[in-house]
Design a protein around this ligand. Sequence first.
Ligand code: AVI
Length: 325
Amino acid sequence: MVIDPLLILDNHYQDLNNDGEDIIQGLSQTPKTLPAKYFYDDRGSQLFEEICQLPEYYPTRTEAAILSQYAAEIAQSTGNCELVELGSGSSTKTRLLLDAYRQISDDCRYFPIDISGGILKNSVLELQQAYPEFFIQGLLGTYEQALAHLAAHPWRRSRLIFFLGSSLGNFTPQESEQFFKQIADALKPGDYFLLGIDLQKPKNILEAAYNDSQGVTAAFNLNMLSHLNWRFQGNFDLNLFRHQAIYNVADTQIEMYLHCQASHDVTLETLNLNVGFAAGESILTEISRKFDLVDMQQQLTVQGMKTLKTWTDPQQWFGLILCQR
Ligand code: AVI
């Protein structure tokens, strides 16, 4: 059977070709902000893959180590399931789970969801080759679109939604609460949710992970401006901004900034927007919250998702929570 690698979700292009209202709003406020979703054009997704390989960026390899040790136990806990991955990127860690599910079933369905069409299509084509016995199809769209699509298409057997890599950390507390509600809506009672979260740890380890010595995170942060330039006919000069990430201990979150080096104006033509930047002014481009494992289980319980099991690494740097609705 030939499976179309991508299913483009309704209104996907409408959302991506949005009117940029969120940019206009973010750049009009003090301090200026930009939504983290604009990191991920194809170049940004590629840079993120490079970040995941960096020696200082421990989350990816720590989570992968936990998964390689416990994937079989996760699969045993849920039994055969329809697998849905939010924000799959290149789906590298997913192979650890697919290998485990392959051991317990030969008719698995796997739906990776991502907003970046290039990377999603390539990874689906590779996975279709590597797992010919699985039905694999990428859903191209935002989390909101994907969760609404899933809620409208319940599956007759169990479903496991997984959200790895601590992407939850990039949401504000309010956004997380809303997101958990959407997850719960996309699950029937008895379905599962597997969440990977980065745990609180000393400031020096966290700041090194987000200010790497090779400058890949800096390139990733600055690429957001290139993305806005091509998408909205802008004239951001990347040489006039400098990357910095700091750990805000009180809010237990990394904050990524682009600091403006000289006063100048920027125009985003298709948004009809002209913005003045002062020397020393900053744009907040991302928060990356760091969590407490017990506290997170309580938050999930409030949303009707009961923890079945948690796993962590020997240093307790990263955690996985399997819960059931
Ligand atoms: C995607 N997300 C979980 C990453 C993080 O660690 O918050 C994004 C990132 N930003 C800088 N480095 C990695």
